[in-house]
Design a protein. Structure first.
Length: 238
């Protein structure tokens, strides 16, 4: 009973009761039984008339005491593992995917697709020069500098392997190797590289190939064409 009372607080986290796994309950029952045997063994060795007890019986009781400690250690380890698993699951549930628009108050002009006989591999968002733009998702900055016809460019690689490219910047706010979160400023809208006016060129690459950002972001709760975003969204497709 004392062991049961000592274990009881470990089954609670705040006001929510965490169910004890079947294995842990079984281990607790077996542990209680062997602990009882261990108490008997210790008591028998301490009693004045313990000499009347058969040596083989005393050895068995002492062995039961040692075994009971082993079972207790295993039961405690199981309980800790169960609590850790529950905590990790709760942490994962509390951190949904975050996808955002790259900036606010822009004009969606050129879509993804063929233009003048060439593939326009992203979308153009017209905004005044110097307008801050942000990362659409968490990731690592793999490029921050001049990038040919893209002018000053930032490329962010996300955890799922996809990449977002932000081109024609007037100024960059991050460095290569930097970790960024969704909403972190990457740079300022500009007109560098092969550009015909101040705008932000946005591309999405998956496995090294450009995809139309509009449907790809819609799957993640962001409509870049209509300037709508769901801050917390579940990724339904890769």
């Amino acid at each position: 009973m004392r062991q049961q009372l000592l274990d009881e607080p470990d089954r609670y986290r705040g006001r929510r009761r965490v169910p004890t796994p079947p294995r842990s309950r079984y281990a607790a029952v077996v542990t209680t039984a062997f602990v009882g045997a261990g108490v008997v063994a210790l008591g028998a060795s301490a009693m004045p008339d313990a000499k009347g007890v058969s040596p083989s019986v005393l050895d068995e009781l002492r062995q039961a005491s040692v075994t009971s400690q082993d079972f207790a250690d295993r039961a405690n380890a199981d309980d800790r593992a169960s609590r850790d698993t529950t905590r990790l699951a709760a942490d994962d549930a509390a951190e949904p995917e975050v996808w955002l628009l790259p900036l606010q108050g822009y004009e969606f002009t050129t879509p993804y697709g063929m233009r003048g006989g060439e593939l326009h591999t992203g979308v153009d968002l017209v905004a005044p020069e110097g307008t801050p733009y942000v990362s659409i998702h968490d990731g690592t900055v793999t490029k921050a500098g001049w990038y040919g016809g893209y002018g000053y460019t930032v490329i962010v690689r996300h955890a799922d392997g996809s990449e977002a490219i932000y081109g024609h910047s007037s100024q960059l706010s991050v460095k290569e190797g930097q970790q960024v979160k969704a909403g972190d400023q990457l740079g300022l809208v500009g007109n560098t590289g092969h550009s015909y006016g101040s705008h932000l060129h946005v591309e999405v690459h998956v496995k090294g190939e450009p995809l139309d950002p509009v449907p790809w972001l819609q799957e993640r709760g962001v409509d870049i064409k209509l300037q709508v975003e769901a801050i917390y969204s579940d990724v339904t497709a890769s």
